[in-house]
Design a protein around this ligand. Structure first.
Ligand SMILES: [Zn+2]
Ligand SMILES: [Zn+2]
Length: 290
């Protein structure tokens, strides 16, 4: 299976691959810069080449860049909106330079302007970013929209919203969806039972289309079903639990997708949680019967 964690680039891009390999991951997620700042440290040609070479001779097969949290593609505020579109385009450029084909992003919050206005804003932001000169320069880079837990006025909590946005893109082939299990569960989508998971994926399929699903954020949830609160828990250590997580990683529609853990880095105040969570997922993932 394709499995890994969100890793820090604090020691440079190649160091993230070193860490992934030392933990036996074949998939990773990274930020391309400090995610709490608009400033993006330049990626020089030299940095890009070194990373691409490291990636090419690595056991890591899948890398995705997560955009920063400041970005709001639904914002009614023009300055923030324009800044968000420029940043998304820059992320496309950075991914392209690093040889990374997927970017995952939260789509933002309408902050009172309403769901329909938010959807229109996001659709036009994505159309602009995906039809930009930068996007044309890096045609292999795709943008994955992530579902959210539903705190405040965040968009993308209902599958119908993500589906409407993707259907209205001028080039839907450059967009996909990332399904975060903690967010879906907090948003009220049942994952713990066989029927519940089937119903959730049926709704995903009818509202968005399972063909658009490209990535799973495999997180357990600290808070109960429908709580609309976004707090990740260790795999099997939250409200979704071992049985629910096991159903997700073994479901025929999901099992061959990349799984990225965004679980806490510490267990009982000690580092090393990634190793424990990865082992837990691997033990749950049953080999396909030939
Ligand atoms: Zn996520
Ligand atoms: Zn989250």
């Amino acid at each position: 299976m394709l499995l890994g964690c969100h890793l820090s680039i604090g020691k440079g891009f190649p160091a993230a691959i070193d860490e992934a390999e030392s933990l036996g991951m074949n998939a990773i997620q990274i930020f391309s810069h400090n995610a709490s700042s608009w400033r993006m440290k330049e990626i020089t040609g030299e940095i890009a080449t070194a990373f691409r070479e490291r990636f090419a001779r690595s056991s890591v097969e899948f890398i995705v860049i997560h955009t920063m949290y400041l970005l709001n593609l639904a914002s009614p505020d023009d300055a923030l909106y324009e800044r968000s579109i420029i940043s998304l385009q820059e992320e496309i450029r950075r991914a392209g330079m690093l040889g990374i084909d997927q970017i995952v992003t939260h789509i933002g919050a309408h902050v009172g302007s309403g769901v329909e206005a938010g959807i229109a804003r996001i659709t036009s932001a994505l159309n602009r970013a995906l039809c930009s000169d930068i996007a044309r320069e890096y045609p292999s880079v795709r943008v994955l929209l992530e579902n959210t837990a539903g705190a405040g006025t965040t968009m993308g909590t209902k599958f119908s919203e993500l589906g409407e946005i993707i259907r209205n893109l001028s080039d839907p082939s450059r967009a996909g969806v990332c399904f975060d299990t903690c967010h879906a569960f907090a948003a009220g989508y049942e994952l713990r039972t066989s029927n519940g998971l089937a119903k959730t994926l049926d709704e995903f399929d009818s509202e968005i289309g399972l063909n658009h699903l490209e990535l799973i954020h495999l997180n357990d949830s600290k808070f109960p079903l429908g709580s609309r609160r976004d707090r990740h828990a260790h795999v099997g250590g939250g409200e979704i639990g071992i049985v629910g997580i096991s159903r997700v990683v073994n479901h025929p529609a999901l099992r061959d997708l990349p799984f990225i853990l965004e679980t806490p880095k510490e267990i009982d105040g000690k580092p090393g949680a990634d190793r424990v969570n990865l082992a837990q997922v691997r033990s749950l993932h049953k080999e396909k019967e030939e």
